[in-house]
Design a protein around this ligand. Structure first.
Ligand code: NAP
Length: 476
């Protein structure tokens, strides 16, 4: 029997096709055909190559102070005004640009009050976008809409959401745009972890998103460290492979002692992950009624009766996809139990003050999904469980605030793991490209975002859901 040949597979893997795709004519043809882009995103704790330009309205000072705290040098923005344009070769006026490539444009719009001031925003965006390097950054910082009493600044703060999402869609070459809403009382120390995350390659696959940074006391040394988990114990469920293994490695890189949890059947893979990073393994099915107690016992036994978890990362998750008309009670219950009920039970025990449980000042991070946020055919069980994680984070954040425990979630889009490798090839190709970065994310992209959210320096970030989806078309 002749093997089936998939034309898309040939296009995607042939070196000749890739060379053609890199030419300018080829690029536009390739875009139509859907060849994956030939560039890699900047990842890890790496900063942009080009300069960082700070644009701010007269009365905005927060971002300048935050960049100084992070030791980031800044240059003045180039502004497109009618007077700044010079005639180009064709005689048509050309807007000004930066000398060399720009690494990032950060916009402090905390002082934005009038519609007229938006012209300055346009004026600084135009030259910056023209000069932005690959994997460059546009970062908007504005006050939360609800922090204003007056109508005009309030609606403008909301308007920036549409601007940010549009800029993200128009950027090329792996560059991203994101918006951070801050409280009027947010300090540079409280904002620093978010700004550092967005500038660095750690935020590679976070694009077109907006979230909030509130108020919390963050010491300067905490805001400045790049080893935030030194001396801290972090439990990660589903750590044997995929995103969970990447989370374990990322936390260990940043200093954490990792307790990796996974089902006994994955014991060997789990041991390999935790041995590599000098952590400990706990073979445990998290759907057991006493799973939380067992995690706490493991921590107290292995690290001493006074030891407490600094963070719990609820990563373990399963899918049992079926259209609702075909979905029986077993497929329904299995997904809701692993992805949701187990998490509720574990949180209850780990938060009750027992030895080995979660410390005050600690952090919980869950994993939602774009399927949960937007709904997805064939995933009624999964989407319900993942939307519930959004509800969980929002409901628990205010309750945990007086213990200074933060709770957040990430919403991964299409991430290349064994779970998504099971998706039929053509469908997978479509998912990979249906986002502004035109490629699938990597487990490390989700891991880096979780590590940012759980960071002690992110104490002012709670109740938030940050999508790690390359601005997936789904649900935007
Ligand atoms: P994965 O490759 O299937 O890994 C999940 C891990 O969790 C596996 O090691 C699995 O063990 C373990 N696990 C499952 N049930 C468990 C239980 N009852 N007790 C303990 N461990 C259990 O999945 P992934 O793609 O890395 O996804 C990780 C998380 O991200 C999940 O919550 C998923 O829903 C979410 N997510 C993923 C994507 C994506 O594109 N990959 C997108 C959105 C959200 P066994 O498989 O060996 O049983």
């Amino acid at each position: 029997m002749r093997a089936k040949v998939d034309p898309l597979e040939i296009i995607a893997t042939s070196p000749l096709a890739r060379a053609i795709a890199s030419s300018s004519v080829g690029k536009s043809v390739a875009t139509k055909l859907g060849v994956p882009p030939t560039f890699d995103l900047r990842r890890g704790r790496t900063l942009q190559g080009g300069a960082v330009s700070l644009a701010r309205l007269d009365n905005s000072t927060l971002l300048g102070a935050t960049l100084t705290l992070l030791g980031v040098e800044i240059i003045d923005p180039v502004v497109d005004t009618p007077g700044a344009r010079t005639p180009g070769e064709s005689g048509r006026p050309v807007p000004p640009g930066y000398e060399g490539r720009l690494g990032a444009l950060v916009l402090d719009l905390t002082g934005l009050r009038t519609v007229q001031e938006l012209e300055y925003v346009r004026g600084v965006l135009r030259p910056a976008i023209r000069s932005l390097e690959r994997s460059g950054r546009i970062i908007f910082v504005a006050r939360t809409p609800e922090s204003y009493d007056e109508l005009e600044p309030r609606v403008l703060a909301q308007g920036l959401d549409g601007l940010n999402r549009t800029v993200a869609k128009e950027l090329r070459g792996g560059a991203t745009s994101n918006l951070v809403w801050v409280d009027p009382e947010t300090s540079p120390e409280a904002l620093a972890s978010t700004l550092r995350f967005l500038l660095e390659g750690r935020s590679a696959y976070v694009d077109g998103q907006s979230w909030r940074v509130g108020v919390a006391k963050v010491d300067q040394d905490v805001a400045q460290t790049t080893r935030p988990y030194d001396g801290k114990i972090v439990a990660i469920t589903g750590a044997a492979r995929g995103i969970g293994a990447a989370i374990a490695r990322t936390f260990a890189r940043d200093g954490a002692t990792v307790v990796g949890v996974d089902v006994p059947a994955s014991g060997e893979a789990l041991a390999k992950v935790v041995n590599d990073i000098h952590g400990t393994a706990l073979q445990l099915d998290i759907t057991l009624p006493d799973a939380g107690e067992r995690i706490a016992e493991h921590v107290a036994e292995r690290y001493g009766a006074d030891a407490r978890l600094y963070a719990v990362i609820h990563n373990a998750g399963i899918t049992r996809d079926r259209m609702l008309v075909n979905l029986d009670e077993k497929g329904w219950a299995a997904v809701l139990d692993v992805n949701l009920a187990a998490q509720l039970r574990m949180n209850a025990s780990l938060l009750d003050g027992r030895p080995g449980g979660l410390a005050d000042g600690g952090s919980i991070v869950g994993i939602s999904s774009t399927s949960g946020i937007a709904g997805n055919k064939g995933q009624a069980n999964y989407a319900t469980s993942k939307a519930a994680i959004v509800g969980l984070v929002r409901a628990m954040a205010p309750k945990l605030a007086d213990r200074a425990i933060t709770i957040n979630a990430v919403g991964p889009g299409f991430i290349e793991t064994e779970m998504t490798a099971a998706i039929p090839y053509l469908q997978r190709q479509i998912f990979q490209r249906s986002n502004s970065l035109a490629q699938g994310g990597k487990p490390v992209d989700v891991a880096e975002t979780i590590a940012y959210l759980a960071d002690p320096a992110s104490a002012a970030v709670t109740g938030q859901v940050v999508r790690v989806c390359g601005q997936a078309l789904v649900g935007q």
